[in-house]
Design a protein around this ligand. Structure first.
Ligand code: ZN
Length: 60
């Protein structure tokens, strides 16, 4: 098995790991209620998807 010849410096490790972060969740504005929602998912606040009601959401 290949073994590293030298210890990686803090800078090298931190520079490599700087690209490891996950991007945040993309949200769009709901066309019915205007709330933030994930694209291609039913809107959690009004229950609409593709211009029609697909879920009944409790209003409280
Ligand atoms: Zn909505």
């Amino acid at each position: 098995m290949a073994v590293p010849k030298r210890k990686s410096s803090k800078r090298v490790i931190r520079t490599r790991k700087s690209s490891h972060s996950k991007p945040g969740v993309t949200t769009t504005e709901c066309s019915e209620c205007g709330a933030a929602q994930i694209p291609h998912r039913v809107c959690p606040s009004c229950g609409y998807y593709n211009g029609r009601q697909v879920l009944t959401v409790d209003a409280d």
